[in-house]
Design a binder for this molecule. Structure first.
Ligand code: ATP
Length: 352
């Protein structure tokens, strides 16, 4: 598949801060690519570098095979959708969507046709005459999206576009945004610090940490085979077993991670063939609606979190386990070894 965006040795330093630190990255045509990471890890700076709003300290950026590193934003075939939408309050929805075409002097009839097409894509037919204040947050967000799509860019850059929406709307928009991306076939580069959002929508995710990519993989790979403790902790929650504890329980010093839903809470030692069991005391039980989370202090030392669905257990039974002795068991093949991460996935050593 053709490459939409290639980045080589890209760095951006603000004084002492290495916001982006020697990044290499290839994003395929038509891919839904997410950049995920904690606040300050450099995601937005990468997006701004691709858009041309920042000049790199070092490195190159290629769009559709052309070097655009020194080109101004308007000479790059990308559009950006920001969290605060920046739609004009005094213009109607259609006028907002047409705005970019008007600036480019596209004739009126074509402008209108393309605006209506973009509004249909984001499922806002029938809203063309409204003003932004007559729309919900999710609808305003879709106007911002239509305004970017109407330019038919090769690449759409989205910086936390759902950040201002409440959780329910945000989840609906995640599914819609993914559908829209599939319909239009444009490459989406999506910045978020919300791991669930990235897992829901992306073809691939780059997990950022201090200006570098810690792991780049599909959602399933990232969740099932995190390459480092940082990724395991940032994408979902996980339990870490290492050193003497891991040697005692697993027969190998690790480090290993295991997801809370892969652990089972039992009243007594199950003697599972091929399984591992560790005794401990339940210290905390947290009810989360669909699931319950129990925090167990193992006799071997570490504290682990166990998650179980509430489909066949009652919360009362779970709460009764507080301060009780239990056995935590798991299958050996559910342990993820962090001992030998995939070298292709780890960031390259700095050469400069
Ligand atoms: P967030 O999720 O909070 O938006 P982020 O991962 O997008 O964070 P960036 O905004 O890219 O992170 O910032 C990376 C680092 O660069 C941070 O330490 C930030 O303070 C610094 N930084 C970003 N822009 C500037 C600037 N214009 N001047 C100085 N430092 C900056």
């Amino acid at each position: 598949m053709a490459t939409a965006i290639s980045v080589r040795g890209l760095s951006k330093h603000f004084g002492e801060v290495r916001a982006v630190d020697g990044l290499d990255l290839d994003i395929a045509d038509g891919e839904f690519f997410s950049m995920l990471g904690p606040s300050g890890s450099g995601k937005t700076t990468v997006l701004r570098l691709i858009a041309g709003f920042e000049e790199p300290t070092a490195g190159r950026i290629m769009l559709g095979g052309e070097d655009v590193t020194r080109r101004p934003p308007f000479a790059r075939d990308v559009n950006t959708v920001f969290q605060d939408y920046a739609i004009f309050p005094h213009l109607s929805v259609r006028q907002n969507v047409e705005y970019g075409l008007r600036v480019k002097k596209v004739p009126g009839a074509e402008r209108r046709r393309r605006a209506d097409e973009a509004l249909a894509t984001v499922r806002l037919e029938g809203y063309a005459e409204r003003r932004p204040h007559q729309l919900s947050g999710g609808q305003r967000q879709r106007v911002a999206l239509a305004r970017a799509l109407v330019n038919r860019p090769q690449v759409l850059l989205l910086d936390e576009p759902l950040g201002a929406l409440d959780l329910k709307l945000r989840r609906e928009m995640q599914i819609e945004l993914k559908e829209i991306q599939r319909d239009v076939g444009i490459t989406f580069v999506f910045v978020t610090h919300d791991q669930e959002e990235a897992l829901t929508m992306s073809d691939r995710i780059a997990v950022f940490n201090e200006g570098r990519i810690e792991q780049l993989a599909s959602p399933v790979e990232l969740y099932e085979r995190p390459a480092s403790a940082f990724v395991a902790g940032f994408v979902g929650s996980s339990n870490l077993l290492e050193g003497d504890v891991a040697r005692d329980l697993v027969g190998d010093p690790g480090p290993f991670v295991i997801r809370p839903e892969k652990l089972q809470l039992l009243a007594e030692d199950p003697h599972l063939p091929g399984g591992i069991a560790a005794a401990g005391v339940v210290r905390e039980v947290v009810y989360l609606g669909a699931s319950t989370m129990s925090v167990v202090e193992l006799d071997a030392g570490p504290t682990v979190t166990v998650s179980h669905q509430n489909s066949d257990t009652s919360i009362d039974a779970a709460v009764e386990r507080r301060d009780q002795r239990v056995v935590v068991s798991w299958r050996r093949d559910h342990l993820v070894s962090l001992g030998s991460p995939d070298p292709a996935a780890s960031p390259e050593e700095e050469t400069a």
